[in-house]
Ligand binder design. Structure first.
Ligand SMILES: *Cc1c(COP(=O)(O)O)cnc(C)c1O
Length: 237
């Protein structure tokens, strides 16, 4: 399909929106002097019905983000054999769900406390499965938000590594309603000083900004599937 301008893509279909988001990612990469394949699109499928999952799989998307373990099990357990499928946990994780999370997910983006690192290390050892982790940083130091405080990140990474865990990078969710730029920049700074390459940052409203500030993974939900609180359109191609 010709798509010289991202905005010409058919925004009324899921495949069209996926094409549009991909084109915008590529454009943001070019603007930042980066190669488009440096940025991975994580499609956030929380709350989506099976028809939407079928449609986005048919359109070729393979990397997905979910924020609840049990909900994700229901959506993905029957689809785990799909070649190239990568599931990433992007929501808070309780230690008593560590084993379930390790069993289902390829990457857990929300390591944020030493006790959870302990539980994940034990679960990964028991499952005999190498675990890929990101540390979630509460860049805005919001009391209600998950994530380790910026001043405690370095120590948590040291702790995780001492358990033999592989920390690939960092993830953040900037405070709602604030300009995200300084939060994305802070995440990049923390990654650099810890020798980390992966930066999961940027959502539907700000993924192009995040790419300009070094995101390697952008987590996009509503720009692909529509707003979660409004009813889904009945037919998704
Ligand atoms: C829901 C969610 C997203 C996607 O948000 P949109 O604004 O719909 O793109 C990204 N990251 C996390 C952690 C989420 O929970």
């Amino acid at each position: 399909m010709a798509s010289s301008s991202p905005d010409q893509a058919n925004a009324s279909s899921l495949a069209g929106r996926l094409e549009m988001v991909r084109a915008r990612i590529a454009r943001a990469c070019r603007a930042a002097g980066r190669a488009p394949d440096e940025v991975v699109l994580t499609a956030v499928t929380k709350t989506q019905p099976p028809e939407a999952i079928d449609a986005i799989l048919a359109a070729g998307q393979r990397v997905f983000g979910e924020n609840r373990v049990q909900e994700a099990q229901g959506r993905w357990k029957g689809r785990c054999a799909i070649p190239g499928l990568e599931l990433r946990l992007i929501g808070p994780l309780q230690t008593n769900k560590a084993a379930d999370a390790v069993a289902l997910f390829d990457v857990i983006e929300t390591l944020d406390r030493p006790r959870l690192a302990d539980a994940l290390a034990a679960a990964a050892a028991k499952a005999g499965k190498p675990l890929r982790l990101l540390v979630q940083v509460n860049t805005g130091a919001e009391p209600q938000k998950a994530g380790v405080l910026p001043e405690d990140v370095d120590a948590l990474i040291v702790h995780a590594r001492s358990l033999g865990l592989t920390v690939e990078g960092l993830m953040c969710i900037p405070p709602a309603g604030a300009a995200p730029d300084s939060h994305f920049a802070l995440l990049g700074e923390i990654a650099r000083r810890n020798g980390l390459k992966v930066l999961s940052m940027g959502m539907s409203g700000d993924y192009e900004t995040a790419i300009g500030l070094g995101a390697t993974h952008v987590r996009v939900g509503s720009a692909l599937f529509g707003e979660r609180n409004t009813p889904q359109t009945p037919s998704m191609d």
